[in-house]
Write a protein that binds this ligand. Structure first.
Ligand SMILES: O=C(CO)COP(=O)(O)O
Length: 135
């Protein structure tokens, strides 16, 4: 892992509120990381949590593939992708491609909140941050 963990944050529309609440809860961690996001997810996190992120195109317009490309070139360490398993996505092939490339390159990937919590615990340990002072 690089000195500053590099994390991609993505959420499908029905999961965006869950992601905002999750990121708020662990904002002390996320502030110490380099963050990447798809367009709408990034805009919402910037507005609601005041985080700095590098954002790419919206998922349906190729953003998942752009993030997948960073995973393939080892420019991302963790992916938190709260996907909506109950709604058909027009860009499902792109979603699958991103999940696949994470497996190909053995990148930690959380697709639900329970796993995202486990990933953040690991990042806290890496950053030597306790969870006592978290918001
Ligand atoms: O669709 C997405 C992931 O597949 C997310 O894209 P947005 O962040 O632009 O909504």
């Amino acid at each position: 892992m690089s000195e500053k963990p590099r994390i991609a944050l993505i959420a499908h529309d029905k999961k965006k509120i869950d992601l905002i609440m999750f990121v708020r809860e662990h904002v002390d961690v996320f502030k110490k990381c380099a963050l990447f996001a798809t367009s709408t997810t990034g805009n919402i996190l910037r507005e609601k949590v005041k985080l700095e992120l590098t954002s790419f195109k919206s998922g349906p317009l190729g953003g998942d593939l752009q993030i997948g490309s960073l995973v393939a070139s080892d420019e991302i360490d963790f992916v938190i992708f709260l996907r909506d398993p109950l709604t058909a996505q027009p860009h499902e092939p792109d979603v699958s491609a991103l999940l696949r490339v994470c497996d190909v390159h053995n990148k930690p990937l959380a697709t639900n909140l329970a796993t995202a919590e486990a990933l953040v615990m690991e990042i806290r340990r890496f950053l030597k941050l306790s969870d006592v002072g978290k918001e």
